[in-house]
Ligand binder design. Sequence first.
Ligand SMILES: Nc1ncnc2c1ncn2[C@@H]1O[C@H](COP(=O)(O)OP(=O)(O)OP(=O)(O)O)[C@@H](O)[C@H]1O
Length: 319
Amino acid sequence: MITARDLTKKYGSTTAVHALSFDIKPGVVTGFLGPNGAGKSTTMRMILGLDAPTEGSVTVGGKAYRDLPAPMREVGALLDAKAVHGSRTAYSHLRWVAQAGGLPRRRVDEVLDTVGLTEVAGKKVGGFSLGMYQRLGIATALLGDPPTLLFDEPVNGLDPEGIYWIRNLMQDLAAEGRTVFVSSHLMNEMEETAAHVIVIGRGELIADMPITDLTQRSSRSHVHVISPQVTELAGVLERAGGTVAKLEDGSLNVVGLDAPRIGDIALERRLGLHELTPVRASLEAAFMDLTKDSVQYRSAGERKLAETVRALATEGTGQ
Ligand SMILES: Nc1ncnc2c1ncn2[C@@H]1O[C@H](COP(=O)(O)OP(=O)(O)OP(=O)(O)O)[C@@H](O)[C@H]1O
C-alpha cells in the first residue's frame, strides 16, 4: 500500500505537485495518468525517497522510504531504464545491484529468467535495444521480490510485443497481491493495463476511481441490439426506462438497461433477438463525457479535468 497525504513539491516558484492525497492498494494495477509535466515523475521520486516533499508525506507499507530497513525488499522501481552503465553486462549490473542490496545471487538468475534476458545476460548493455533496457530495468526492480512496484512510463518506445509482455507482467504481479503503480500519458494504454486510475493535472489530483466505474457510468456505454421486431422492441425498452437510438441499419443502441435486462424483456414479450452486445465506452470517451460541455462546468476541478483529458487525448493521438 502506498499512502500519500497532502503531498506537495515545489521547485522554486514552480509547484510540481500540490496537496496530493491517495491510497494505492495491493492486488490491482493502478494507473497514474497525466499529461506531460503533470507531476507523475516527481510523485514517484518522492515515493522512492529521491526527492523530499516540500509539505505532506508519502509512505510505503506505512513507512517513509528512508525508514524502510531493507528498501529493495519493500519497493522496486523502473524510473529511467537507460540509467545503466553501457560497458556492464546485464548479469554484472544485476549482480552489483543485488550485492548492494544484500540480496542473494540466485535472485539474479531468477529475474533474468522472468524478464527473458537469460540468453543475453553476458552481453554488454550498451548494445541493448530499448525493449531490452526496459526488461533489464524491470529485472532490477524485481530483484528484491518486493510487494510494491513502481513503473514510470514503462511502455515508452516499445514495440507491440514488448507492450503486451509488460502489460501481462504487471497484471501478474498485481494478481500475486502486490501493489503495482504505473504511470503513463496514454489513456488507451492505461485502459488495457490498469483496473484503477489516478489522474493528475498540473500537479493536482483530479480523479481517483476504478476504470469500470467510470466507463460503465458513461452514457457512451450502451447495448447494441438487432431484432427482427425492432420497432416493437424499441417501444418496450423505452417503456422499461431505456433510452433507445435507432441506427440507419435498423439496429438499436440502448442506454440505461443492461444486456441481461434487455434479454429478459425480449423473452417476456416473445420478441426475437439476433444480437445483444454490451459496448463499453473507452476510458478516453468516458472522460470526455465527464467533461464535455464547458458551459456546464460546476467547479474548477471539473475544468481542470477537462483540460487534462484534452491534453491526454491530444498526446495519445500524437497531435
Ligand atoms: N528538478 C526540477 N527542477 C525544477 N522543476 C522541475 C524539476 N523536476 C520537475 N520539474 C517541473 O515540475 C513539473 C512536473 O514535472 P514531472 O516530470 O514530475 O511531470 P510528469 O508528469 O512526470 O511529466 P513527463 O511525463 O513529461 O515526465 C514540470 O513543470 C517540471 O518542469
